[in-house]
Unconditional design. Structure first.
Length: 324
């Protein structure tokens, strides 16, 4: 197959390859578009792919005036879909047209813009935090209800925290330490790191409109500040157990925080002036730190709820995904 060429270089190839990224071919695209925009010209192409014909033969076959047929042939010639040659005839010379193209391939995508990647996913239960510093209101719950006691930060240090399927606090943070034992981090093939989890604000009872500025830090860098719109409880969570009373927090929103070589992305949307994958210095630590909470200087201190796989709407814990 021939390589993509500019319009000026386009010969009468049997197979044309064109690329919309090559601006030099734009004049040819215009001529090509004009040529194939007419049903009559498509009929002519259909005839010529079977055999060569003169303008008179084509006009007769399609019941067209010779002058109109000549005009259509000229359009097809300008698009280099046919060629016309003069040959000796019974009464002098005659012009014979023939098809000169088998196929036209138009590239509309850029090769390897999204190279094929592999990924590793690590599931972290929300109760398996390695460090915390929380302020009331705060608490945790499992499938049977409240763990330990309400509004006592000391409960967050209980071994039973590992059973938590819902946790909440008004201010402070919880930190999760994910394993860092993947060759792609050391050898430079890492493309992205993402954290996905279900969350919402923390209000008395629940409040559908209750903004809260939630900070997400990765390896100590404050990569994201996500403004949660509310604490959702107007309907029951799809997974929330029956023991959890109506009139309190029921479900959250699934959010994905991603860092790539070119910056940070929240649910696929780029964050202006953000940290890059290189700045996280993932290879320098024995673990990958994921910290989430409400900063002391947050504009909206609306608290936070984190949902495990058995509360809320989404059957998942905190998922770390590594693309390489």
């Amino acid at each position: 197959m021939p390589a993509a060429v500019s319009y000026e270089e386009i010969p009468t190839e049997r197979n044309l390859i064109l690329d919309i990224g090559n601006r030099e071919t734009y004049p040819y695209f215009e001529k090509l578009g004009k040529a194939i925009s007419s049903p009559v010209r498509m009929e002519i192409l259909n005839l010529l792919r079977i055999k060569s014909m003169s303008v008179v033969e084509i006009a007769s076959q399609l019941n067209l005036p010779v002058s109109s047929t000549a005009f259509h042939l000229k359009c097809l010639e300008e698009a280099k879909l046919i060629i016309t040659k003069t040959q000796p005839g019974i009464r002098g010379s005659m012009r014979i047209s023939m098809s000169c193209v088998n196929s036209i391939l138009i590239h509309t995508a850029i090769d390897n813009v999204f190279p094929q990647t592999r990924n590793i996913t690590v599931d972290m239960p929300i109760g398996n935090f390695s460090d915390c510093d929380v302020k009331p209101t705060c608490g945790m719950a499992d499938e049977d209800g409240v763990l330990n006691v309400y509004d006592n930060p000391r409960a967050f240090y209980s071994p039973s925290r590992s059973k938590a399927q819902l946790l909440w606090f008004q201010e402070g943070f919880v930190e999760y330490r994910f394993p860092n034992c993947y060759p792609c981090i050391e050898d430079g093939t890492l493309q992205a790191i993402s954290f996905s989890l279900e969350l919402c604000s923390e209000a008395p009872g629940y409040q559908e409109v209750w903004p809260s500025d939630i900070t997400v830090s990765i390896n100590g860098l404050p990569c994201f500040v996500y403004r949660s719109p509310g604490d959702f409880g107007a309907r029951r969570g799809k997974l929330t157990p029956e023991c959890w009373r109506t009139g309190s927090t029921q479900y959250g929103l699934l959010k994905t925080f991603t860092v790539r070589h070119d910056g940070c992305y929240l649910d696929g949307t780029p964050i202006p002036r953000s940290y890059t994958l290189q700045e996280l210095r993932l290879a320098s630590n024995n673990y990958i730190s994921f910290q989430i909470g409400i900063s002391h200087d947050a504009k909206f201190k609306g608290g936070i709820n984190l949902f495990g796989e058995k509360y809320g709407d989404y059957p998942q814990n905190i998922l770390m995904r590594i693309d390489y």
